[in-house]
Ligand binder design. Structure first.
Ligand code: ASP
Length: 360
């Protein structure tokens, strides 16, 4: 992929404190109205100081890397996630932190995927975006962007970064990336994290929620996984789902795993044809990962009779994981490990704080 690069140094005479690499992938944040028409087009990052002059007053150096052809995040792919991981790897020793500007539609998927790919991460990687383009007067882009930069650059008294994980910053809240979900397509509070507390609240001051922030690990060394396996699918339960639909999904050639989106605390129909289809899939080494359709609460297999059988046939509980974190976790785990038993073990345990340990 090709990139454009711009360097911005602080205008204050103070010595530079740290450096942030901003990677612009596209999305609403970077849009402006084209001069003649009424259409929104990606803005040229050469104009960044004109659009957000405040960034020169921050006390750290910022480098911008912009994809030559920014995308709407609905077009994101696992290849781009690996590309983002590779950019971070190549620049890891040069920069203290990373901010990724990304469309909101798939930001939770990207944040989840990166949380797995960036093994041994001990620097901040903060994704942000906006509901209104930067070129619009009431835009939320400026606040989201500047606060994300400040959070990325924040250090503790001993000089170590306060954050050392993949996060999403949006509308005053910093969330763990792989716990986040897009909840709103029009209000400014686009993201929430129902099953995990926010990591920071950026009001007049930035208040950190320290007990929930991943502790800094000075011994961690970054290693970026460069493979993801897309032989995965979602199977969402709904009243009236037919055997034909279920079979069509479970019989996809080469399928390695399915995220089964169940009701409530992990429940599904007890119709014999359904249970039989799940049992057959598991016998063929297809992993079935049970994730609730509810945003809050968790899967507790065996709590109701309607989930007991799922547990008995070997469905893996997703506890309180989001669907976004579950599907990307499968892609990561299947690319890393061939043995289905080990894959099931990895899926059922937290790898990057994306789920709580299941109790049963
Ligand atoms: N469709 C846009 C995107 O995800 C929406 C946004 O940026 O908020 O790229």
């Amino acid at each position: 992929m090709k990139y454009n690069t711009i360097h911005i140094n602080p205008i204050s005479p103070e010595p530079t404190q740290g450096s942030v690499l901003v990677i612009y992938t596209g999305g609403t944040l970077g849009m402006v109205y084209e001069t003649k028409g009424k259409q929104l087009v990606p803005f040229d990052f050469d104009q960044i100081i004109e659009k957000v002059p405040e960034i020169q007053r921050l006390s750290f150096a910022i480098t911008f890397l912009s994809l030559q052809n920014p995308i709407d995040s609905s077009n994101i792919t696992p290849e781009i996630w690996i590309e983002l991981g590779t950019i971070i790897e190549r620049n890891y020793t040069t920069y203290d932190s990373f901010v990724i500007l990304h469309g909101t539609d798939t930001m939770a998927y990207t944040a989840s995927a990166l949380s797995y790919l960036l093994e041994g991460l001990n620097k901040p990687v903060i994704l942000t975006g906006a509901q209104l383009p930067i070129g619009v007067p009431r835009s939320d882009a400026r606040e989201n962007f500047i606060s994300a930069l400040e959070l990325a650059a924040a250090v503790a008294d001993d000089g170590t970064p306060i954050l050392s994980e993949v996060c999403i910053y949006f509308n005053s809240l910093l969330l763990r990336g792989n716990r986040s979900k897009k909840q709103e397509s029009s209000d400014f509070n686009a993201f929430h994290s129902e099953n995990y507390p926010f990591l920071a609240n950026a009001g007049v001051r930035i208040d950190y929620n320290f007990p929930f922030i991943k502790p800094y690990d000075s011994s961690a060394t970054l290693s970026v996984q460069k493979k993801l396996d897309s032989q995965v699918a979602f199977l969402k339960m709904f009243p009236g789902i037919t055997p034909k639909t279920v079979k069509a999904i479970l019989q996809i050639e080469g399928l390695k795993g399915v995220v089964l989106e169940t009701y409530g605390a992990g429940n599904a129909t007890t119709e014999p044809w359904f249970l039989e289809a799940i049992r057959e899939a598991i016998e063929k080494n297809i992993i079935v990962f049970n994730v609730s359709q509810c945003d809050g609460g968790r899967v507790t297999q065996g709590h109701y009779q309607t989930s007991k059988y799922l547990k008995e046939v070997g469905v893996v509980s997703g506890s309180d994981i989001t669907a976004e974190a579950a599907i990307t976790k499968m892609m990561y785990v299947f690319a890393k490990e061939n043995d289905p038993k080990k894959c099931a073990e990895m899926l059922g345990a937290p790898l990057r704080g994306e789920m709580s340990v299941e109790y049963s």
